[in-house]
Ligand binder design. Structure first.
Ligand code: S6P
Ligand code: ZN
Length: 189
């Protein structure tokens, strides 16, 4: 039997950076079609802000192993819609996940393949259980970076296609200074 080597790495709670992790950057230009207000999207595209960064420590896609990653999701809005991650199902759809909020304020939008959505608010200390089969997207509803750690099976994979095409049945917007979760006007069954 060949055993893998255990290790410890340092996560900086302030910045969300995990040492020696693989860094991924998502800018607004990587998210065409994701936000409801296309005019606001095109306008903000001139600045093309970074929406989020991911620091991932991933293993080979093998059954039984675990990956983990932090996400630093920046504050901002496209029109009235808060900055958010793309959101995905897992390629192996029955793979669950756990999120742990470290800094800032936000929440998670989850959705079944039938379009049934849930909103779970998150603040430092909130642990979110993402059950098998639920798509998940995080959203920054605050005015500082929203930082969280995710732990997920190494063979879960990411299926972005469905969400890219259809979005979630709900959107999270600011209305009169309040965080409002409402029906996505572009949602079709
Ligand atoms: C992975 C986990 C997170 C996200 C990250 C970015 O299963 O859910 O690490 O990958 O928050 O979101 P997205 O939707 O662009 O992968
Ligand atoms: Zn996931």
């Amino acid at each position: 039997m060949e055993y893998k080597e255990p290790f410890g790495v340092k996560l900086d709670f302030e910045s969300g950076i995990i040492e020696n992790a693989k860094k991924l950057v998502r800018k607004l230009s990587d998210m065409k079609g994701y936000y409801v207000d296309e005019e606001a999207y095109e306008k903000l595209l001139k600045e093309d802000p970074i929406i989020y960064e991911v620091y991932a420590v991933e293993q080979e896609e093998k059954d039984g192993d675990l990956n983990f990653a932090t996400t630093v999701l920046y504050p901002g809005k496209v029109g009235s819609e808060f900055f958010m991650t793309k959101g995905h199902y897992h390629s192996k759809a029955d793979r669950a996940e756990v999120y742990f909020a470290l800094k800032g304020k936000g929440g998670m939008l989850l959705q079944t393949p039938e379009g049934e959505a849930r909103w779970i608010p998150m603040e430092p200390g909130t642990i979110v259980y993402v059950p098998p089969y639920w798509a998940h997207r995080t959203i920054n509803t605050g005015d500082e970076p929203f930082i969280f750690l995710a732990l997920y099976p190494a063979d879960a994979g990411h299926d972005y296609g469905t969400i890219k095409e259809k979005g979630f049945s709900k959107i999270v917007v600011e209305e009169n200074g309040e965080v409002v979760v409402k029906d996505n006007p572009k949602w079709t069954e």
